[in-house]
Design a protein. Sequence first.
Length: 372
Amino acid sequence: MFKKILSFSILLYSCIAFSQSPPLSPEAQVSIFTCDRGEELYSTFGHTALRIQDPNNALDVVYNYGYFDFRTENFYFKFVKGDLQYFMNVTSYDDFVFEYKLDRRQVIEQTLNLPLAKKQELFDALNKSLLSDEKSYTYKFIDRNCTSMVVNKINGLFGTEKIQKVDDKSISYRTLLYPYFENYFWYKLGINIVFGAKTDGNAEKLFLPIELLHSLDKATIDGKPLVSKKETVVNGVSVQPEFSFFNSIYLVCLVLLILVIINKQFLFKGYLFVCGILGLFLCLVGLYSEHQELLWNYNALLFNPLFLLIPFVKNNFSRKLNITLLMLLLIYCIVMITKPHLIIMIPFIVTNLYILLKLNGKNPLKLLTSIK
């Protein structure tokens, strides 16, 4: 597949270089693909691509802003930092559709009602981007992705926002994203721990493929619908993963319950120390990363970096530290009251509260003996 894409790209580049983008015929069409979600984490939210078809010029290509290179030096560090470069590529329509047929992921096509001059302008702009620095862009989860790049290209034709978000803007980004991780517990837990306060803001930006599909259905140009035709080009199969105890909150509850039942002080302190390492990471990654979604992460109140001090302090200072941590945990509980991920954080909240009270000489439920 990669060799096909490379060969096709070289051929297209050659055509562009020598012909300066061939003029499109009146039969040319511009359409947008909305692709269903996949099973891999990077495909969880679906995908958006842009097709230009002109039978008179034997042209049928798909421009895709979703490429990245795993071979990039320090790939994971760049991804976390937020300066990983994504890039636009082009492939044939047949190759693009074939890939989604293999994955059994639905693809919906919306043909845009654009004047020929605008189609040509878009075609020229896309080809120019392929041969310039505009081909690459710094990926941002909410602000700049495969969907927002396509939206910007179409809106740029008119110098105004013809395509605007029509889905609910009053809910938070976190609430909007939460259903995407149904039956993917570890993804859901990890994302909600790592994401900070920005994702609790109102979801006003159009950045998800399904949102673009809905927005295109409502968009108009000069009083006429922007979408002239809508059809399903790939019939996908919705595959819901079977329930797995090891991919559920029940495993977390069991592990934490065993920790509490064993009732050993060194295990309690060891658990809190690990939580402290996680909290320190949440604080530092917010300073290191350019992803604004990672800033001001209040989950550091639950996985508190101050836990790192617990194994090394004694006597009065230990008691004062525990009281401080209990107060910070109370603040966290107040912050979490309206958050959609409260339910998956409850096991950690209850466990941390119980352990802190036990280490402070209390037996909160009076169900267990003193710490051994």
